[in-house]
Each structure stands twice: as structure tokens, then as C-alpha cells.
Design a protein around this ligand. Structure first.
Ligand code: FAD
Ligand code: NDP
Length: 515
């Protein structure tokens, strides 16, 4: 009945409608559920909720195994519990510390000497927010009539899923479609003391102890973001870089970001890998490491060691062999429709091999898949030109191609790179460094100069790039950008004031704010 209602309101034709209802009736007889979703994170929940809206009978299984340090959390997956949300809150907390000093410069009568955060209180308010989101998520699932079971799901055969009830009883159910949305968890290096003495991003947002002097191993998104909020909160992070910072991003922008972090007092151990961790008699952590350029071994003592060396797909518990689903490097292989090699089994989110590990990507892919399965849609997920932000104090946000990628794909002679430094108005009074406020537009050389990539380091870069991402997807050109009237005085308006190309060799430093 629900299917009928939603199909009618979506304007589906009578014959398609009847066909689908007949299909649904057959499935009602054949399968316990139209859809079983394995994993209740960003992608799984989006898919499950969208599917019920089209009348599907949906069950979602979600379970979190505790970390080696014992941290566990509720429904909602990585983003809500140990990812985007607590990270953004800690990022904000660290920016507020900086804002106190700025406030003094602007005439506020506050004493900014020796300000310190209350780590325990910060963790408590962050965790309270997460718990409220967990609660709202469960209520939403109940209201939308998604059946939710807090248990690990695994395949018995391609249409049968098994899980254990709270009472320890094994239950089996059948589904017409299965969506694998189990995400990933942080990797640990295979060295002495890694599991016993180190923590990961899964632990830091609920860590009871003050982190203190922290070694952050890894220079991807997680490593840089954690190091930055720890520094902003008054701790002393060191980042260990195996090869380069932010592999896969525009090189010039990544180096600027590292330089900005260095300027703020974050230490980098370049071309260095960890060799082992021991506990000292004083209860600190002694880390042995090797510089792979000089081939020298060194050690240092830290209060906390945080592994940020990438994530591993959670395929281990799925018994994918029983379903015959193909995998590669702990991830599931899918085609352009998110279908695995088994046609009725799909995957969305971080568990897919070779796709961006980002929440909005998981959500949109999950929604579009549900629409294709239950509402006759043919719209596919477009994984190109996905905007992203690294939440460092000056954020780095980008969409589209890096300069290197544009050169590789089009050739250096066929692209134009516009660039410029800029000075945010609000930086002048507190005399904040704008040395690394920089943006870059990578475009085709000819015609109206179609834009291939936009890159921006500066305050609230994520907010700035989001709108430009829609424009880029709609075919934005340099001509249109320069015809766009800016909003003054903002930093985003700098994109409408581009005048200096790299090819010209002209100094891209602005003379004044308003010229
Ligand atoms: P998840 O959200 O990981 O959900 C999968 C769920 O399935 C988990 O609850 C898992 O425990 C469960 N599960 C696993 N196996 C089974 C099983 N067999 N049965 C039942 N349940 C199972 N992205 C952004 O876009 N912006 C950000 O700012 C951002 N910040 C991040 C910060 C950090 C520190 C981290 C680690 C990630 C961040 N991400 C960010 C990435 C984002 O969190 C992920 O891309 C997103 O959560 C992936 O969603 P998912 O649904 O694929 O998987
Ligand atoms: P990444 O894969 O981005 O980075 C891993 C880092 O660890 C790299 O610098 C890598 O170096 C290094 N590394 C890997 N193995 C070792 C090792 N054995 N010893 C020392 N260093 C090592 O993973 P992250 O965990 O940072 O992030 C995972 C994903 O989560 C990201 O890809 C992103 O999609 C998502 N995320 C998104 C965020 C956002 O949107 N703001 C924030 C946080 C996460 P090398 O380059 O040499 O391989």
C-alpha cells in the first residue's frame, strides 16, 4: 500500500506501477525484506531511510566493536561518533582559543594571558552532543519504520544474512537486495606497542586524559586536523610524515598548509617512520623512529601517540565468501551503479574501493541507489568534482583538479593557472599572519577558460568552496567568474578578482585590500 502511495505521488505510470506492485508481492512471498543494509553509518542510514520512503521493507544492522583502548559508541557510524562531527567541534574549540586573543586586540576587556581549555569539559560537551545525535537517529529510524538491529551482520548465502540477538540466539533472514555499508576503522602499524600504547581518532574525541605532548603519525586529513586542534587547544603535537603531506592533493597548496602549521609551532618529523613504542618507568611513551632519508634511528618521549595512518575496510565479519562478492585491499569492488559482481548486492560509502571516503559521498550514493532500486530512478552517483576541506586553522578547501592533474591530463601548454595571495580584512587589527592566505584557479587556456579546479587556503574555506563547487559542476569559466560581482569585504570575493597568471611571472601579492 505504501509503495503504491509513494509511486503514485512520484507520478509513476499505471503500467509501471502495476508491474512494480506485482514484483513487490512476489518478493513479499519470497524474501523477509526488500532490503537489508549492513552498517548504520552515513551511507547505510541514508539508503535505508530513502528506501522505506518508497515503500520498501528495510532492516539495518549496525554494530561497533570497541577499540583496543576500549572506546565504543552508538548508531550513526564514523561521521557522527568519531569523525566529522566531534572533529569539527574540536576544530571550533581550538579556533575559539585563537579568537580570545583577537577579541583583546579588538578592545574586549578579557584577560587572554595563559588561557587553557578544560579538556575533560570539552570532551564531555562533545560526547553529550554525540549522544543526543545517537538518540535522534534511533527515534528517526523508528518513526520512518526502518527496522534497526544492533548486531553484526554476515552472509550465509547471497540472499541470506545472519546475526546474533542480544540473547545470543543466531537469526537468519532473507533479502531481495543487500547493501554493504560497513565503512572502515583506523589502521595500526605492525610495530611493538602499537595496539597497547597508541590510540587513534576513534579514541581521541572521548579521551579522558589530557593528550599533552602528542605524536601524530600520518600526514593525511586525520593527522593534520588532529595535530591542529591539539595545538590550538594548547597541547604540543608533532606530526610524523612518511613521505609527503596530503598525498593526492595539489602539491603547492599542501606545502603551504604544512608551512602554515610550522609557523604555528607544530613540529614535523619528515621522511620518518615509527619503529616501536614502550612505556617509560614514569608512565610516558618512548617512541623509536627512523628517518628514511638519513637512515638514522632516533627516539623521543610523548604523553600520547595517535596513529593516523589511514583506514581499513571492515569486510572481516561479513563472510563475503558465502555471497561470492569480490574485494580488493579490504574494500568491495563495485561498478558505476554501486553493484558488486553479485547483481543484487551493492555497496556504498567508505567500503567501496577507489572512491572518496567522505560523508556526503556516502549519503548521496546511498540515496540515489535506493531511488534506483525502489523508485524507478536511473540517476547514477557522480563521483567527479567532489569538494572537500581539510579543517586546519586556516582551512584548505578544493574542488576539481590539482595543478599536477591538469598538467598531466591536458598538458602544461593547454592550461592557465591564476593565483593570488590575499589579506582578510579582519586579520589586520589582531595582526594575524596572512602569509599563507592563498588561492589558485586552474583553467583551460583557450576559449572562455573552463575552470578545472579551485583551491583556497584561508578562514572558513569549506564555506567558501561549497558554492563554487556547484558552479564548477555547472561549467564555470574564468570569463563568468570575472563577470561576477564580488561581495565586499569577504575573502571569497578574491575568486572574482583574479588577474595574475603563473605564466606571467607577476608577483601575486596584493597592494591593498580594495584595489
Ligand atoms: P561508517 O560511517 O563508518 O558506518 C559504518 C557502520 O557499519 C559503522 O557503525 C560500523 O561499526 C558498522 N559495521 C561494520 N561492520 C558491520 C557489520 N558486519 N554488521 C553491522 N554493522 C557493521 N568526511 C567528511 O565528509 N567530512 C569530514 O569533515 C570528515 N571528517 C572525518 C574525521 C575523521 C577523524 C574521520 C575518521 C573521518 C572523517 N570523515 C569526514 C569521513 C567520514 O566519516 C566517512 O566518509 C563516513 O562516515 C563514511 O560513512 P559509511 O556509511 O561508509 O561508513
Ligand atoms: P590518509 O590515507 O588520508 O592518510 C594516511 C597518512 O598516513 C598518509 O600521510 C600516509 O603516508 C601515512 N601512513 C600510512 N601508513 C603509514 C605507516 N605505516 N607509517 C607511517 N605513516 C603511514 O588517511 P587518514 O586516516 O588521514 O584519513 C582517512 C580518510 O578519512 C581520508 O581519505 C578522508 O577521505 C577521510 N577524512 C576526511 C576528512 C575531511 O573531509 N575533512 C577528515 C578526516 C578524514 P603516505 O602518503 O606516505 O602513504
Amino acid at each position: 500500500m505504501m509503495l503504491l502511495k509513494s509511486l503514485r505521488s512520484s507520478g509513476t505510470s499505471r503500467s509501471v506501477l502495476l508491474l512494480r506492485c506485482a514484483g513487490s508481492l512476489r518478493n513479499a512471498i519470497k524474501f523477509d525484506y526488500d532490503l537489508v543494509v549492513l552498517g548504520g553509518g552515513s551511507g547505510g542510514l541514508a539508503c535505508a531511510k530513502e528506501a522505506v520512503a518508497y515503500g520498501a521493507r528495510v532492516l539495518c544492522l549496525d554494530y561497533v566493536k570497541p577499540t583496543p583502548a576500549g572506546t565504543k559508541w552508538g548508531v550513526g557510524g564514523t561521521c557522527v561518533n568519531v569523525g566529522c562531527i566531534p572533529k569539527k567541534l574540536m576544530h571550533q574549540a581550538s579556533l575559539l582559543g585563537e579568537a580570545v586573543h583577537e577579541a583583546v586586540a579588538y578592545g574586549w576587556n578579557v584577560d587572554d594571558r595563559d588561557i587553557k581549555p578544560d579538556w575533560k569539559k570539552l570532551v564531555k560537551v562533545v560526547q553529550n552532543h554525540i549522544k543526543s545525535v545517537n538518540w535522534v537517529t534511533r527515534v528517526d529510524l523508528r518513526d520512518k519504520k526502518v527496522e534497526y538491529v544492533n548486531s553484526i551482520g554476515s552472509f550465509v548465502d547471497p540472499h541470506t544474512i545472519q546475526y546474533k540477538t542480544k540473547q545470543g540466539e543466531l537469526k537468519q533472514l532473507t533479502a531481495q537486495y543487500v547493501v554493504i555499508a560497513v565503512g572502515g576503522r583506523p589502521r595500526y602499524p605492525p610495530i611493538k606497542g602499537a595496539f597497547e600504547l597508541g590510540i587513534t581518532s576513534d579514541d581521541i574525541f572521548s579521551y579522558e586524559k589530557e593528550p599533552g605532548r602528542t605524536l601524530v603519525v600520518g600526514a593525511g586529513y586525520v593527522g593534520l586536523e588532529c595535530a591542529c586542534f591539539l595545538k590550538g587547544l594548547g597541547y604540543d603535537p608533532t606530526v610524523m610524515v612518511r613521505s609527503i603531506v596530503l598525498r593526492g592533493f595539489d602539491r603547492q597548496m599542501s606545502e603551504f598548509l604544512a608551512a602554515m602549521m610550522t609557523e604555528r609551532g607544530i613540529r614535523f618529523l619528515n621522511t620518518t617512520i615509527p619503529m616501536g613504542v614502550d612505556r617509560t618507568p614514569e608512565g610516558k611513551l618512548l617512541v623509536q623512529y627512523r628517518n628514511t632519508t638519513t637512515q638514522t634511528d632516533e627516539s623521543d618521549v610523548f604523553d600520547t601517540v595517535l596513529w593516523a595512518i589511514g583506514r581499513k575496510g571492515l569486510i572481516g565479519d561479513l563472510n563475503l565468501g558465502a555471497a561470492g562478492v569480490q574485494t580488493y585491499n579490504d574494500k568491495v569492488i563495485v561498478d558505476h551503479t554501486e553493484a558488486t559482481n553479485v547483481p543484487h548486492i551493492f555497496a556504498v560509502g567508505d567500503i567501496i574501493y577507489g572512491r572518496p571516503e567522505l560523508t556526503p559521498v556516502a549519503i548521496l550514493a546511498g540515496r540515489l541507489l535506493a531511488r534506483r532500486l525502489f523508485a524507478g530512478s536511473t540517476q547514477l552517483m557522480d563521483y567527479t568534482d567532489v569538494a572537500t576541506t581539510v579543517f586546519t586553522p586556516l582551512e584548505y578547501s578544493c574542488v576539481g583538479m590539482s595543478e599536477e592533474m591538469a598538467i598531466e591530463r591536458l598538458g602544461a601548454d593547454n592550461i592557465e593557472v591564476f593565483h593570488g595571495y590575499y589579506k582578510p580584512t579582519e586579520f589586520f587589527i589582531p595582526q594575524k599572519s596572512f602569509r599563507h592566505c592563498y588561492l589558485k584557479v586552474v583553467a583551460e587556456l583557450s576559449g572562455d577558460q573552463k575552470i578545472l579546479g579551485l583551491h583556497y587556503i584561508g578562514p572558513v574555506a569549506g564555506e567558501v568552496i561549497q558554492g563554487f563547487a556547484a558552479a564548477l559542476k555547472s561549467g564555470l569559466t574564468v570569463k563568468t567568474l570575472l563577470n561576477t560581482v564580488g561581495i565586499h569585504p569577504t575573502t571569497a570575493e578574491e575568486f572574482t578578482r583574479l588577474s595574475v597568471t603563473k605564466r606571467s611571472g607577476v608577483d601575486p601579492t596584493p597592494a591593498s585590500c580594495c584595489s
